[in-house]
Design a protein around this ligand. Sequence first.
Ligand code: NAP
Length: 246
Amino acid sequence: MQREVGHPGVFRDADAVLAAGAAAVLGELAASLPDVDVRVVAADLSTDNGVDAVAELCASKPLTMLVNNAGVAHYMPIAELSAQQARELVHVKVVAPTMLTRAAVPGMLSRGTGTIINVAGMIAFSGPAPASLMPRRAVYAGTLANIVAMSQTLSAELEGTGVTVQVVCPGVVATEFPTVQGMDLSAVPRMSAQDIVTASLRGLELGEVVAAPGVDDYTLLDTVFKADLAAFGAQSPQLAQRYQIN
Ligand SMILES: NC(=O)c1ccc[n+]([C@@H]2O[C@H](COP(=O)([O-])OP(=O)(O)OC[C@H]3O[C@@H](n4cnc5c(N)ncnc54)[C@H](OP(=O)(O)O)[C@@H]3O)[C@@H](O)[C@H]2O)c1
């Protein structure tokens, strides 16, 4: 049986392909999976060369599943965010998933099957929150919202093709993520990474395009999506009355 682990997907000449920045970490992970034939690809997804190298694999190998999971956050006020950090964030969370998905889809379409899982986060829906509740996250929130909108739109575009798209929106997860970002969230209740994977796989069975592992009442998300659609459909070419000066 083919299995998927980590970042971009599954090849026929290997059970799983792991791609991330650090080859040593991937090597350790691969060694911890003795029953899985793993191919390790070290690629820096914050660079065009790194994205292109993985995109080439996504286009040329018969992937059954692509998991766009790599991420950085760089939580800070935008005035303090360096150009390099902003670029890295957008590259890893927007350019990479876009280009890898773009590269993988034609082959999946020609085979009539495939699954793309994009990892975003509940912060994608936090735009209306005041700074007192959710401060210093504008660029990160924007990248996650991009992943949600792209996944929803692509899911509709690929309807009936055999290619499935899902976006996973975790809350706070017990991983290295906050530590890497210099944050201490050890006092905050966190979900396990295993639960996120369980929710994603079960969400696929349930046909959820947006999987939200920590949200019990899915009607809340449905309400958001219906309101999005209602506002989108309510626009007209006429200037809305409240903007008319006379
Ligand atoms: N943890 C949370 O609370 C949380 C909440 C919501 C959403 N998420 C999302 O979940 C996803 C996974 O995060 P995690 O919690 O598992 O964090 P993590 O433990 O820090 O893992 C992040 C992964 O992204 C890879 N990565 C980062 N920059 C990269 C680059 N330039 N090139 C290639 N790979 C790169 C890292 O690989 P290397 O270490 O080898 O560079 C690592 O494997 C992220 O997309 C994040 O936005 C996390």
